[in-house]
Design a binder for this molecule. Structure first.
Ligand SMILES: *Cc1c(COP(=O)(O)O)cnc(C)c1O
Length: 433
């Protein structure tokens, strides 16, 4: 038995893992064309044909809409901006309640606050980690306006049941699909399962252009309002003859021509990048599923998962040691990913700390120092520990997430990942198991 690296033994892996670099020469030549054209952006913040952006932005939107089989795509500068646009466009009123997931990237839960609405946390599903329909139902009140669902880790939300619940209560669904481009449910693309969908093009995601985001919707009126909020709505509503002024303050969330040119080529590569990811996951799971304390991710009926992260459930009873100890030992066997060295070893205990436990929610400090908007809402909002027990258990005890299944990993690289987990499993007694 080889000695565990955490106890001073030799690491399974001594060199860095290959970087994930989906951007290549096609994107470079597209960027050169943008340079030649000398048009780096062509948005005008007044009512003019250029209100909707330059040729690359408009072409990327058209191609995105065709690819995902949806009527409108609207390019913005991040998925965070996209979420803010979406919350505004659906007509959110101050003190409306918007149901969100605690187990996601922070912007999917803070977006309601931008329009002075209140984020209400529902719990997640123990097996698929998306918002749980029964928990959502317990959170609905006469103030509920919308649900922000998240296709977490690359798997579509429970659209069948959550959409039906939303319809019954006349709620809008904003789908945060930042982690699941090309995932499907019942043959339909994730991102297009709710009223408005949001994709991210930041450099952590399946495809990217540095920073960027895309909104999609089949609703003409929503699309119009999203485009307005993206580009200084307030400056043009009069000339445009816009009668619905709700949430038309507007921002500058415009995407540049360079980002759009890169995004266009990235979209063409999405299917092959996803299929390489799936192949890597299949290979890893063959090796990892033999370890009794690991449970491979489950896939919802009729869903196609695209594995933004590979999220494994850890069965503490099977191993006799806490997940954190196990993961620390696995990390000690491995090395960082090239170009992402600063992020350390990409194996994690849990994912995001349940968001209501963050100081902003714990202390009710968002706008100013007096607890606005909560303090003026006329209600008490409880963000205490325990309100979403499943999310807490996943984060603090059960979930292991890693990113060593990205395209660019060779079979030998994947073998090292498997070997590291197997080595720790076999030697767990050395660290107290
Ligand atoms: C990455 C991510 C975002 C934010 O994306 P940006 O483009 O960086 O703003 C939002 N939601 C989820 C679930 C994400 O993973």
């Amino acid at each position: 038995m080889r000695k565990l690296a955490i106890l001073g033994g030799e690491k399974v892996r001594k060199t860095k893992f290959p970087p994930y670099t989906p951007i290549g020469k096609e994107e470079l030549s597209a960027v050169k064309e943008v340079f030649k054209s000398n048009v780096f952006s062509r948005f005008l913040g007044c009512w003019h044909e250029d209100f909707f952006g330059g040729p690359q932005v408009q072409a990327s939107e058209k191609e995105w809409a065709e690819f995902f089989n949806v009527k409108h795509a609207i390019a913005v500068n991040s998925a965070t901006s996209a979420l803010y646009c979406a919350v505004g466009a659906i007509g959110t009123e101050p003190f409306d309640e918007i149901i969100v997931s605690p187990y996601t990237m922070s912007a999917s839960a803070t977006a309601p606050l931008i329009y002075n609405a209140i984020p209400i946390f529902a719990d997640v599903e123990p097996d698929y980690f998306g918002l749980d329909v029964d928990s959502i139902e317990t959170r609905i009140t006469d103030r509920t306006r919308a649900i922000i669902v998240v296709d977490i880790f690359g798997q579509p939300y429970d659209a069948g049941r959550i959409n039906a619940l939303a319809k019954k209560h006349n709620l809008k669904i904003i789908e945060d699909c930042a982690q699941a481009p090309y995932a499907k449910l019942n043959g339909k693309f994730a991102g297009t399962l709710g009223d408005v969908g949001v994709y991210s093009l930041n450099y952590h995601k399946h495809i990217h252009c540095g920073e960027g985001g895309i909104l999609v919707t089949n609703n003409d009126e929503l699309a119009d309002r999203l485009r307005l909020i993206r580009n200084h709505a307030e400056a043009i509503v009069e000339e445009k003859g816009q009668s619905n002024l709700i949430n038309m303050i507007g921002f500058n969330y415009r995407m540049t021509e360079i980002e759009a040119a890169i995004a266009r080529f990235q979209l063409k590569k999405l299917p092959s990048l996803v299929s390489e990811r799936l192949e890597n996951v299949r290979y890893l799971e063959k090796g990892l599923s033999q370890i009794p304390c690991l449970e491979m991710p489950r896939i919802r009926y009729d869903a196609e998962h695209v594995y933004y992260t590979h999220s494994i459930k850890y069965i503490g009873q099977a191993s006799g040691i806490h997940r954190n100890k196990f993961v620390e030992a696995v990390k000690a066997e491995l090395m960082p990913i090239e170009l992402r060295e600063t992020e350390g070893i990409k194996v994690g205990c849990g994912y995001a700390k349940p968001l209501y436990l963050q100081p902003m929610f714990q202390k009710h400090i968002a706008y100013g120092s007096n607890g606005f908007p909560w303090s003026k809402s006329g209600k008490n909002y409880d963000y205490s520990k325990g309100i979403c027990p499943i999310a807490e258990d996943l984060h603090f005890n059960l979930l292991i997430t890693h990113e060593y299944m990205r395209p660019g990993m060779t079979k030998e690289d994947l073998d090292d990942i498997i070997t590291a987990f197997v080595k720790v499993w076999e030697n767990r007694r050395e660290i107290g198991g």
